[in-house]
Write a protein that binds this ligand. Structure first.
Ligand SMILES: Nc1ncnc2c1ncn2[C@@H]1O[C@H](COP(=O)(O)OP(=O)(O)O)[C@@H](O)[C@H]1O
Ligand SMILES: [Mg+2]
Length: 390
């Protein structure tokens, strides 16, 4: 078994500019065979975490275990881990075959026959059989990427580590390589940590996503979970494109039991008694509400208590959808509409959304207070009207 366990792992760099806590008390459990993507903004500690797993960086505090073995002090070549880097790190003067076999020649006592067998098998898997006698300089970026991945495969490791492996490729090739790497993972079923700053890449490839910010774990979960149930505002903002819309709000109870969000941008939004009850248990009335562009609609018949009238700032046509930017808060509020709904810039529109699609965050800590879909509201059965809803 090669479950990978992080137990309060901390990395502190001390250099001339001071002390940097790059990773802080990271606790994670990655199951054997799982494909986990690490995402987060530049500098959040993704590469440092990966390099600690690979043994390229010492661990300041805490433990990393592979299976039941603590690997903190195991030398990189004895960790049974293979890493693929963004810049491929191929030897320019060696052929593809030599590059792929080099690690095995210096790090193991495998014979030529076995080394060549592994090289040919990996080359076939990556579709680079015809390149084995070429030098890296004559290969395209995509081909070099395949060679670097092939070189990791021949090691038959317990864990694959990828650090932004597709960042140097153009958009089309990147999408293609995503599919290839996903296929490779389902064939080999080797535990994989895949670092990327691209949340879409993470969402499409991984079994689970780890979101980091400033060296701290924000959430770990399957793509759908982090999308529908973000643990805090940071995750809500980072996952999804275009990003979730946020409004500062003050909450009050109405006489009839329902609740009202008084929102930044000058509009009010009425919610059910159920949601009002849930919000009353929070120790503040200052919230931030979040709603995704795909959960907002332009609808001139929407009830005024659940909608906002505003003007269209910019219309972005992207093919299957339009992104409508509104003159609401910092001109950043975005609604995704089907392509046939294309208002004019400057036009007044009524925009609405369902309470079920709301996310409510604590304005101070950013922690999630509730997700609209989690309060036992009926979202599909129209025959059972929700209490307090209009
Ligand atoms: N060798 C180092 N010396 C000092 N600081 C470092 C070193 N490596 C990384 N850092 C710092 O640690 C933090 C995390 O960096 P890194 O793990 O490379 O982030 P990411 O890969 O998520 O962009 C950053 O603040 C970075 O400047
Ligand atoms: Mg990095």
């Amino acid at each position: 078994m090669s479950d990978l366990e992080f137990d309060e792992v901390t990395k502190v760099f001390d250099d001339s500019e001071g002390t940097i806590v790059a990773v802080e008390e990271l606790d994670l459990h990655i199951d054997d065979g799982e494909f986990v993507a690490f995402v987060g903004p530049s500098g959040c500690g993704k590469s440092t975490t990966l390099r600690m797993v690979a043994g390229l960086e010492t661990i300041t505090d805490g433990e990393i275990r592979l299976g039941d073995k603590v690997i903190n002090d195991v030398s990189p070549k004895d960790r049974d881990i293979a890493m693929v880097f963004q810049d491929y790190a191929l030897y320019p003067h060696k052929t593809v075959r030599e590059n792929m076999g080099y690690g095995l020649r210096i790090g193991t006592d495998l014979g030529d026959e076995e080394i060549n067998r592994r090289i040919e098998e990996a080359a076939e898997m990556m579709g680079i059989e015809s390149l084995l006698n070429k030098k890296p300089g004559s290969l395209s970026g995509g081909q070099q990427q395949r060679v670097a991945t092939g070189r990791a495969i021949v090691q038959e490791p317990s864990v694959f580590l990828f650090d932004e492996p597709l960042s140097n490729l153009d958009a089309k090739l990147r999408k293609h390589m995503r599919t290839e790497l996903s296929r490779l993972h389902s064939e080999l079923e080797i535990t994989t940590i895949y670092v990327t700053h691209d949340q879409e890449e993470a969402m499409t490839m991984a079994d689970k996503i780890v979101i980091l910010d400033q060296g701290k774990l924000q959430q770990m979960g399957p793509p759908k979970k982090v999308y529908y149930e973000p643990a805090n505002r940071f995750v809500a903002d980072f996952i999804g494109s275009p990003s979730m819309n946020f409004f500062d709000t003050r909450f009050r109870r109405d006489g009839d039991g329902s609740g009202i969000f008084e929102c930044e941008g000058g509009f009010e939004y009425r919610v059910s008694e159920q949601m009002a009850d849930d919000l009353e248990t929070a120790d503040s009335t200052e919230f931030e509400i979040g709603i995704r562009p795909e959960n907002m609609r332009i609808d001139s018949n929407a009830p005024s208590e659940k909608s906002v009238e505003t003007t269209v700032d910019v219309v972005e046509v992207v093919g299957s959808n339009n992104f409508i930017y509104l003159d609401l808060v910092d001109e950043e509020t975005c609604v995704r509409t089907p392509s046939e709904i294309e208002p004019e810039e400057g036009e007044t529109v009524t925009v609405t959304f369902d309470e079920e699609d709301l996310h409510v965050f604590d304005r101070q800590s950013g922690n999630t207070i509730l997700h609209g879909h989690e309060q036992g509201l009926s979202t599909t059965d129209e025959s059972s009207p929700v209490q307090g809803q209009i």
